[in-house]
Design a protein around this ligand. Structure first.
Ligand code: URA
Ligand code: SF4
Length: 209
């Protein structure tokens, strides 16, 4: 696999990254997606929220977290006392991976480890530009992308941990707070309890900002 490295501009800015990702062939996921979706939000945000990959809606609109999971995430941020317009939201993979359809919706398929690794230069470039104080990891795919394949959300959620040396960035955040992915809240039977747990975790992040 070539990986995304050769498509990342030498002197990146967030707008340049957004433009450049549209040409990326670092893995095969560009083929079945509408467009690449880079992170968005406050370019100097103290907090980065790190998801998995764009979903059906994000793929169409070109913006991260604009679908149902994003709506839930914004509500949870607000309930945790974090202004949703003060954060930067992004994903570990920039193209939508899907397989098959359900009605009009394409069915999300989690990216494989190889896709996540191929795509990581884009995330590194974003983190080097935004330089957040804290990173909230949303779910297992994002956690594995940063900490490796042994990461489990259930074992580390709600506690601030260190950014790992194994994932070099120019200015590592002071802390990382793993929590569940908002999509998994939407899929759970006891949605209200899962939502409250997400808000409780985000409050831990809010206290550190
Ligand atoms: N889920 C994600 O992980 N990221 C998005 O941008 C949307 C849904
Ligand atoms: Fe490039 Fe990432 Fe898209 Fe793969 S998913 S083509 S590495 S931007």
């Amino acid at each position: 696999r070539p990986g995304a490295e050769e498509w990342v501009p030498d002197r990146p800015t967030l707008p340049r990254l957004r433009e450049a990702v549209q040409a990326c062939h670092g893995c095969e996921l560009y083929r079945d997606a509408t467009q690449g979706v880079m992170g968005d939000g406050d370019p100097k945000a103290p907090l980065v929220l790190l998801g998995e990959q764009p979903g059906d809606r994000e793929d169409q609109e070109g913006e991260p977290f604009v679908g149902p999971a994003g709506k839930l995430l914004d509500r949870a941020l607000d309930d945790a006392g974090i202004d949703p317009s003060s954060v930067f939201r992004t994903n570990v993979v920039k193209h939508f991976r899907w397989s098959g359809t359900r009605g009009k919706q394409r069915i999300h398929k989690s990216p494989a480890r190889g896709h996540v690794q191929a795509c990581s230069p884009w995330l590194v470039a974003e983190l080097d530009l935004v330089r957040p104080t804290g990173v909230v990891i949303l779910g297992g795919t994002a956690g594995k992308a940063v900490y490796g394949s042994s990461f489990k959300v259930g074992e580390s959620r709600g506690r601030a941990i260190d950014w790992p040396e194994s994932f070099p960035v120019a200015h590592p955040p002071d802390w990382v707070l793993p929590t569940t992915h908002p999509s998994s809240v939407l899929r759970t039977d006891d949605r209200a309890a899962a939502y409250d747990e997400l808000v409780a975790d985000l409050k831990v992040a809010a206290e550190r900002l």
